[in-house]
Write a protein that binds this ligand. Structure first.
Ligand SMILES: C[S@@+](CC[C@H](N)C(=O)[O-])C[C@H]1O[C@@H](n2cnc3c(N)ncnc32)[C@H](O)[C@@H]1O
Length: 470
């Protein structure tokens, strides 16, 4: 039998910062090391898990000095879950690191002066801020090291919770999650206990067997609750039994759906959703705009902070009522509809057709007839002909995915010479790259980082660009 290699231990590593994806980083003998379970200011011994040519990846195993920025995480699942990986950092420190992420990207990649950057806008609520959550059922609850070492027998390993980071078949059983408000925790725990009591099978990810697969919940600030249960096979009696239990135990549910997913993966957006009880959609308000959200609709996951973000966009755009606005990467048109009453006309472009259908429906619902929506790739739709048809824009709002804008989109924006561009981004690195590509014609006037997701490394940044007039 082969002998196990002794793990390499790096001693007394000082954690100096947070790198990409919020990973703690330090140096050992000039080599960069990314360290799990550490925060800036810690001095730790690190067990190396992966050795790469330019860096090592490891986990902290001994703390010689704890950072003064460390705080006690408030969630008991913190160590295992990974969902709120910065919960052990005080909120003001989290904000500081997020600001620094934007500053570093802008100076290193964008070569942009950061004196234009406003202090980060904190989130109004740092817990229970998500309107959408998804849980996974498993018949093999993930066991912690302590549980394994105890050598106890765990007869019931049924779990309903989150994937352990990096483990497709490791599900952590969740009893309380601080991300979604009531009745989310009660529904998840109630359904799990009911299913265990009545001996319904939980999915076995490896064997691809078992009835219960996923539970999705959406809760709006208007008090509506959508629950979607995903099951592996059409066991009508069992499905009815569980859904009737939910309706009786949680009368606040306003839309109850189920989905039969016999596929190998958990993706359900390509499947039929069956409405069991209640309405086909829930409604959410962002400012004065009402949105209908169906079970398949994309929607901003933090409604209250989305309003804060959109208010900043409005402030940066400073519309006077007569502008022709393009909203690129519009999703379900949420920004387009938010600004529609403040300008003459908005055109939204988005590649997902279903999202554009939602955008059109929501435009009608809100009686906003000064909006036009197109489904397609921005790089193909935004052409000279398009600009001729809709008129050159006075303001472009662009909110691309993490990859940033395609070079063709940057080129056409440079050609269109809109007097103002408001660039919203969830990835400062690609935003900085794009701003740099535009700097011959556009000056960055101001920037506003916004925290949408407390206790995570995610950051949103808005940049206002003005055309340089010679
Ligand atoms: C960051 S989201 C912005 C959504 C929207 N602005 C909002 O505030 O809810 C980016 C959107 O761009 C869409 N998208 C991604 N690549 C695209 C492309 N090449 N052309 C058009 N839309 C795209 C995605 O489907 C997604 O809806």
């Amino acid at each position: 039998m082969g002998r196990r290699r002794k793990p390499r231990i790096l001693e007394n590593v000082t954690i100096t910062g947070l790198a990409d994806k919020g990973r703690a980083v330090g140096r050992y003998e000039e080599k960069v090391v990314f360290v799990e379970n550490a925060v800036p200011g810690d001095v730790v011994d690190v067990r190396v898990m992966k050795k790469k040519s330019g860096y090592d990846i490891g986990t902290a195993i001994k703390y010689h000095q704890e950072s003064p920025d460390r705080i006690e995480p408030f969630c008991k699942h913190f160590e295992d879950c990974g969902g709120c990986s910065w919960q052990n950092l005080a909120y003001p420190t989290q904000l500081l690191h997020k600001e620094n992420t934007v500053k570093n990207a802008m100076t290193r990649i964008g070569k942009i002066e950061v004196d234009t950057m406003l202090p980060i806008l904190p989130a109004g609520e740092t817990t229970y801020y998500r309107n959408k959550m998804e849980y996974t059922f498993s018949n093999k609850r993930w066991l912690s090291e302590k549980e394994i070492e105890s050598e106890a027998e765990f007869a019931n390993r049924k779990a309903l919770g989150f994937h352990k980071p990096g483990g497709f078949n490791k599900i952590i059983d969740i009893n309380h999650c601080f991300l979604q408000g009531d009745p989310s925790n009660a529904i998840r725990n109630g359904l799990r206990d009911f299913a265990i009591e009545h001996d319904y099978s939980f999915y076995d990810i490896r064997a691809q067997k078992g009835l219960l697969r996923n539970l999705l919940m959406r809760i709006t600030t208007t008090g509506e609750v959508m629950v979607i249960l995903s099951v592996h096979e059409n066991d009508e009696a069992a499905i009815k039994h569980m859904l009737d239990y939910l309706l009786e135990a949680f009368p606040s549910i306003t839309s109850l759906f189920y989905v039969i997913n016999g596929k190998r993966n958990d993706f359900i957006l390509d499947l039929d959703f069956h409405l069991y009880s209640g309405k086909e959609f829930i409604t959410e308000n962002l400012g004065d705009v009402t949105f209908k959200i169906g079970p398949k609709s994309f929607f901003q996951t933090n409604s209250r902070q989305a309003v804060a973000l959109y208010d900043k966009i409005v402030e940066f755009a400073d519309m006077q009522g007569e502008e022709n606005v393009y909203d690129l990467y519009t999703g379900i048109g949420s920004i387009a509809l938010y600004v529609a009453q403040k300008c003459r006309h908005v055109v939204g472009v988005e590649e997902i057709e279903a999202a554009i259908e939602d955008a059109k429906e929501n435009a009608e619902l809100n009686k906003m007839d000064n909006t036009t929506f197109y489904a397609g790739d921005v790089k193909d739709i935004l052409t000279d002909d398009f600009a001729e048809k809709h008129g050159k824009p006075d303001i472009v709002i662009t909110d691309p995915p993490r990859a940033g804008m395609h070079p063709k989109v940057v080129d056409i924006l440079l050609e269109l010479e809109s007097p103002k561009i408001v660039y919203v981004s969830c990835n400062p690195a690609t935003q900085a790259r794009d701003l740099n590509l535009m700097k011959e014609k556009y000056r960055v006037v101001k920037m506003q980082p916004v925290d949408m997701f407390p206790h995570t490394y995610h950051i949103e940044n808005i940049a206002l660009l003005e055309l340089i007039v010679e």
